[in-house]
Ligand binder design. Structure first.
Ligand code: UD1
Length: 438
């Protein structure tokens, strides 16, 4: 199959689609299974590339992985965990950032681990200094070598205290996945508390871990000697849900997203309403629709949870090109998350980027030469173009732009979108979009 999609825009998306488990949770829960003495079952697992990458990595380490995509059920048996071959791990990790989270579980199981140089979306430098400092704090020896990082634990890892310089999602998960079996107490302050992290904590608790979460971003873990397996249903993907909501708004449509949950999307829903979008919530999901009148411009700042998620920013910016007036967007989580706007400008959007922290509080990227604030002036009709997917969420934003534009666009590099959006072409077709693999 070719890696491009021809999208003829101008049709409002209409209909119902379903989102399954959150990409940013499922992959971590899969890694957690390595910590158990017996098999785990994960439900509501979407068929996305990140799941196959992590399945492959687990298999290389001796985990028996069985996935039933229709049922969305994943069985993980870690009875025979073994050392993986360095070259194979490297080849298999692909563009994923998940391998870094194998450190703690592998150190507990095998006393050593190799982590290849990481991929992931190019939306900033994405350092792993917090991860490495945390692992050293637990007593692991960490050495950077050819092609990756070599870790070993000469003796059982010990609990540690770490104040994160920034509430990093990955570093918090690293600390959790390592602390649960480390000897004694671990305390994480300034921890990330995203819903996907809370669901990971639920999984770990089911396995036998002792973890408490305070309201002030402090997480305490009492290490235990042994963990069992788990049986858990993954929370829905709030990033995918918000992406479809933004697509409904940008195309003037009406999309019901089954599996979307209000509790994890409150901040998004507030913003969606401020732009003028209408929504209706019921037990199965949330319906999102364009109001039929002009959309309003807004001031928006991305932040860690409970703030407005950085991954929601890119799809929503496309809808903001159709809002009346000037919208200001300040990206405070990643320093380079506006690369996708180049294609939007090519299509006729009026978006200016600034190095300054616009519209709110100063962030880590102010005065540091990063174009991390945007001013979007609208509404501007979008025209079809030939565009290339820059990263996962930026790629979906390109699709939304193409769906909103006049004419037929060619969107290249769409396989990147498979990393996090299950069957997106099928869902687009179900919503009435005019799309064709080129
Ligand atoms: C996860 C999500 C990603 C989301 C992000 C923020 C997954 C697979 N990905 O990414 O979709 O956009 O959270 O919600 O769950 N940082 C450091 N040093 C470190 C670690 C992070 O400086 O050691 C910085 C990063 O450069 C970034 C910020 O912390 O500026 C947040 O990153 P982090 O929360 O760790 O993102 P990920 O876990 O990689």
């Amino acid at each position: 199959m070719t890696d491009l999609l021809r999208v003829t825009g101008g049709t409002p998306l209409q209909g119902t689609i379903t989102v399954r488990g959150a990409k940013n949770f499922v992959s971590k829960a899969m890694v957690a299974s390595l910590l158990g003495q017996c098999p785990s079952v994960l439900r509501n697992v979407p068929q996305i590339r990140d799941v196959s990458v992590v399945s492959g990595l687990l298999s290389l380490h001796g985990v028996d992985v069985a996935y039933n995509p229709e049922a969305g059920e994943l069985r993980l048996d870690p009875s025979n965990v073994k050392r993986g071959e360095t070259a194979e791990i490297d080849a298999h990790a692909g563009a994923s950032r998940i391998p870094i989270l194998f450190c703690g579980p592998l150190l507990h199981r095998l006393g050593e681990a190799f982590i290849p140089d990481l991929g992931g979306c190019h939306i900033g430098d994405r350092p792993i200094d917090f991860h490495l400092e945390a692992l050293r704090g637990f007593g692991a020896a960490v050495e950077k070598g050819e092609g990756g990082i070599y870790l070993s634990a000469p003796r059982r890892l010990r609990g540690t205290k770490m104040a994160l310089p920034y509430p990093s999602v990955g570093a918090t998960e690293q600390l959790l996945l390592t602390a649960v079996k480390a000897e004694g107490l671990t305390e994480i302050s300034n921890a990330a508390i995203e819903p996907e992290i809370i669901d990971l904590i639920c999984v770990l608790q089911k396995m036998g871990a002792i973890i408490s979460v305070d309201t002030d971003r402090v997480i305490r873990i009492e290490g235990v000697d042994e963990l069992s397996g788990y049986d858990h249903t993954a929370l829905g993907d709030r990033i995918e849900a918000a992406s479809w909501a933004s697509a409904a708004l940008a195309t003037g449509g009406d999309v019901t997203v089954r599996g979307a949950s209000q509790a994890s999307m409150m901040t998004f829903l507030n913003t969606f309403r401020k732009v003028g979008g209408k929504f209706h919530i019921d037990d199965d999901g949330i319906s999102f629709r364009h109001p039929g009148t002009q959309l309003q411009s807004i001031v928006l700042e991305t932040d860690v949870h409970p703030g407005f998620m950085t991954d929601w920013q890119q799809p929503l910016v496309v809808a903001l090109t159709q809002a009346t007036g000037l919208s200001i967007v300040h990206e405070t989580v990643y320093e380079k998350r506006f690369g996708f706007t180049k294609a939007l400008r090519k299509m006729g959007a009026n978006i200016q980027l600034y190095r300054e922290c616009l519209g709110g509080s100063p962030c880590r990227f102010g005065q540091r030469n990063f174009h991390h604030s945007a001013v979007v002036s609208g509404p501007t009709p979008l025209e079809a173009a030939d565009i290339e997917v820059p990263d996962l969420r930026g790629g979906f934003s390109h699709l939304i732009a193409a769906l909103s534009a006049h004419g037929t666009s060619t969107v290249r590099g769409i396989s990147l979108i498979d990393r996090g959006y299950e069957n997106f072409q099928g869902k687009l077709e179900a919503l009435g979009a005019d799309v064709e693999r080129g």
